[in-house]
Design a protein around this ligand. Structure first.
Ligand code: FES
Length: 68
């Protein structure tokens, strides 16, 4: 499902980027260009960060320690 319509970014791409350590909005903007046009997707992206980052941190704490 597309989350960022402006830049054609899907939820799967966002969750993958979060899992790779892009666990804040600025990192995701830089990595995927989400929320860089109209900004309408930003609340959803921030929700995904809150939902997924904690789970991925628990799975791979070393990765997030290096990025954070
Ligand atoms: S929908 Fe993501 S910037 Fe417009």
């Amino acid at each position: 499902m597309f989350v960022c319509i402006c830049n054609a970014v899907k939820d799967t791409e966002i969750s993958k980027a979060i899992a790779e350590g892009h666990n804040n909005i600025d990192a995701l903007k830089q990595e995927l260009d989400v929320a860089t046009c109209c900004g309408g997707c930003q609340p959803v992206v921030e929700f995904m960060i809150e939902e997924y980052a904690d789970k991925f941190i628990q799975l791979n704490p070393k990765l997030f320690k290096e990025v954070a």
